[in-house]
Design a protein around this ligand. Structure first.
Ligand code: ATP
Length: 287
């Protein structure tokens, strides 16, 4: 069994500035961190650290950031496809943190957009019935729909995390087996008819709904310093826990996911904040 993650991979650059600039202003700032990000990459990296055979189908551009991404991801146990760089700038998120605690984020999507559905389908061709296709919200609704339609027609299990949210995703529910959404996404997209629905509620916890069954798992009470990547950690560990035990997502999977997400929120950064493979093995061994 293999998980195919079709999504984005991004260089996250964090800058510290005094205050968000006025229109036309030129200001000083300080770059304080650079890390791998992007929801596709985040989820694929954590799945692979959990011991899941993971293929990340994601675009890196033919620029210095593309080289940096590949060097940084080389140590992870996942396969990054396509193996070659695309003719585009790598996707980048510039995160501005101002001294009054405000922030502003600029994210590019040129590389993800350049990765056409036909290219992704070529890398899905060796998927077998029972494998998983996991997507997030970084592709257009049409591309996302096409990939999930192909997956359903070939007997794959479909997992959707519709973030960043797009109202057009509300039509996709008939194609989805497992959905993981946060509360605002649930309110906007009204997931219906999915076999397994998980609604995450930040520091409160997460709710699992399957048929008539409703299971709530409170979050672990930790001093949160940076919640970036909490949702990605939660989803990947929830899925890995269920897959490794050969069951549908259950209370134990929610508990494993909550424990892993609590580690992520207690550290700063994205990839730098994620639990490593040893920490994940310890969490997944808990019963
Ligand atoms: P993000 O977009 O920030 O990655 P999200 O909106 O997709 O997150 P959340 O609902 O914020 O997802 O968080 C997912 C899970 O992470 C929660 O269900 C919870 O288990 C854990 N979590 C989030 N915030 C905290 C926190 N402050 N303390 C402990 N656990 C947390």
């Amino acid at each position: 069994m293999r998980v195919y993650v079709a999504g984005n991979i991004v260089v996250d650059e964090t800058w510290s500035i005094d205050q968000l600039p006025e229109k036309g202003a030129s200001i000083h700032g300080k770059k304080i961190a650079q890390d791998i990000g992007g929801k596709g990459a985040n989820q694929a990296i954590i799945l692979s650290r959990c011991g899941i055979d993971t293929r990340l189908i994601s675009a890196t551009g033919d620029d210095i950031n593309g080289q940096w991404i590949r060097e940084r991801i080389r140590h992870e146990k996942l396969t990054l496809l396509p193996p070659q760089f695309l003719s585009a700038h790598s996707d980048t998120s510039i995160i501005f943190n101002s001294s009054d605690g405000d922030n502003a984020i600029i994210t590019t999507t040129a590389a993800a957009d350049a990765l056409a559905a036909d290219i992704i389908l070529a890398y899905l061709a060796d998927a077998a019935a029972g494998d998983i296709l996991l997507q997030q919200g970084n592709f257009s609704a049409d591309k996302t729909r096409r990939l999930f339609s192909w997956a359903k027609a070939h007997g794959l299990t479909t997992v959707f995390n519709p973030s960043p949210v797009n109202p057009d995703f509300a039509d996709l529910w008939p194609l989805i087996d497992i959905a993981v959404v946060n509360q605002p996404e649930a309110d906007l997209l009204q997931p219906a008819g999915v076999n397994t629905l998980v609604i995450t509620q930040g520091a409160a916890g997460a709710l699992l709904i399957r048929g008539n069954q409703r299971v709530f798992c409170p979050a672990i009470n930790v001093a949160a310093v940076d919640t970036t990547g909490a949702g990605d950690t939660f989803l990947a560990v929830l899925l890995a826990s269920a897959l490794l035990r050969g069951v549908a997502p259950d209370l134990l999977a929610l508990q494993h996911a909550s424990a892993a997400a609590a580690i992520t929120v207690s550290r700063t950064g994205t990839l730098n904040a994620f639990p490593d493979a040893d920490e994940l093995q310890r969490i997944l061994a808990q019963r």
